[in-house]
Design a protein around this ligand. Structure first.
Ligand SMILES: C[S@@+](CC[C@H](N)C(=O)[O-])C[C@H]1O[C@@H](n2cnc3c(N)ncnc32)[C@H](O)[C@@H]1O
Length: 362
């Protein structure tokens, strides 16, 4: 039976709601513009001294005419206040935390950048969706989206990894303190491994990613931080080196399984490189495998939009890809992990769905 979300909604009510959706989308684009251009930074620095559009433009080395238009968008959204008497703008003190790094509100603010980033592949997706069109998008088409993903995962790593996630697995914390070898699959720019390498100097950390730039950036950061217990390799996780067999005590996937073209092959390789008694964590977006359940959640449309414009097409770009999509969900992930030789030790939920696994006995 079809599920209708707004059974009583009239055409007028729908028109109004549709208008709000458009307005919010456009406002979000202007917010992203303020984040990326640095306009918000200047307003935050000067929040005690409201500024005219000319003062803001001068302080930001930008053209006043465009800055004035942006201020109109932000004042209309009541993110910036305009004093009609003085024609000066400021950010109200009580919302300043939203502009401070690592606050939960700042994570939301930064996520507005996903709209321009995802829009870069809008026209490509109009071709990909066609029956005769390309099968997906190469990762190179999604490079700017990586910046958004890094913001988002960095927030998790800086505020949750050592504070919440590692302590939630007591045997892992003990092992990391004593000295183990950990593999981060699809490590991106290596934020997680660098934080862990700094915190657990007796352990060895290996990050792999098939994005060449990611690996280069990860290596540079590790060098700048003088970390000697972390290394990065530009590798496809579906083909790990022979000499890694039975060498890792802990394997970590953060937001990666659903992005893989062949997660089945990757899990096979990961199982091979895990030592006896090793653990594996897969952190995924919180979702049900049933769309009917997902549409009851507030973030549903956002989750499927990320999937449509990024996760799904990049994972589908290889012939034979499984095309899991961001919203493959808890039930499907549980089944998949079991089918591919993993025993689920626990499934927990914080800001992500966390699957803690060991290798099933043959
Ligand atoms: C959503 S990003 C997550 C990055 C990182 N874990 C983080 O939290 O920032 C997924 C990553 O998986 C990498 N990836 C996708 N398929 C891969 C494969 N077959 N082998 C290695 N890395 C892969 C991508 O390059 C990308 O950096």
């Amino acid at each position: 039976m079809a599920v209708q979300q707004e059974p009583e909604e009239s055409l007028d009510q729908f028109s109004y709601r549709l208008g709000q959706i458009v307005e919010n989308g456009l406002t979000s684009l202007s917010i992203a513009f303020g984040v990326k251009s640095g306009l918000f930074d200047v307003l935050v620095e000067n929040h005690h001294t409201p500024m005219t559009s000319q003062e803001l433009a001068d302080a930001a080395s930008m053209k006043e005419r465009y800055v004035r238009e942006w201020l109109g968008a932000m004042a209309g959204a009541r993110i910036v206040l305009l004093d009609p008497a003085t024609q000066r703008f400021h950010i109200p003190g009580q919302i300043l935390d939203a502009f401070k790094k690592w606050t939960p509100q700042n994570k939301i603010l930064l996520s507005t950048k996903s709209i321009p980033f995802l829009s870069e592949v809008f026209n490509d997706m109009l071709e990909v969706v066609k029956k005769e069109g390309p099968i997906g998008l190469p990762f190179s088409k999604a490079e700017t989206f990586t910046e958004y993903e890094c913001d988002s995962s960095e927030w998790f790593y800086k505020t949750q990894l050592l504070q919440v996630f590692i302590p939630s697995i007591p045997p892992l914390q003990t092992k990391l303190s004593g000295g183990i070898k950990m593999l981060d699959v699809g490590c991106g720019r290596g934020v997680a491994t660098r934080i862990l390498a700094g915190q657990f100097p007796r352990s060895q950390f290996v990050g792999i990613d098939f994005g060449e730039d990611n690996v280069k950036i990860a290596r540079e950061f590790a060098k700048n931080e003088n970390l000697t217990n972390v290394e990065y390799h530009n590798l496809d996780a579906a083909k790990l080196p022979e000499e890694w067999t039975c060498t890792f005590d802990y394997v970590f996937f953060f937001n990666v399984l659903h992005d893989l073209a062949r997660p089945d092959l990757v899990l096979k390789e990961v199982k091979r490189v895990m030592a006896s008694e090793a653990l594996m964590s897969a952190l995924e977006v919180i979702a049900s495998s049933d769309m009917v359940d997902n549409i009851k959640s507030p973030g549903c449309s956002k989750m499927y939009t990320y999937s449509l414009f990024h996760c799904l097409p990049v994972s589908c770009n290889t012939p034979g890809s499984l095309g899991l999509g961001t919203a493959w969900g808890k039930e499907a992930a549980t089944e998949f992990l079991k089918e591919h030789g993993f025993k689920i030790e626990s499934v927990t939920q914080t800001s992500r769905q966390q699957f803690l696994c060991s290798v099933s006995p043959e």
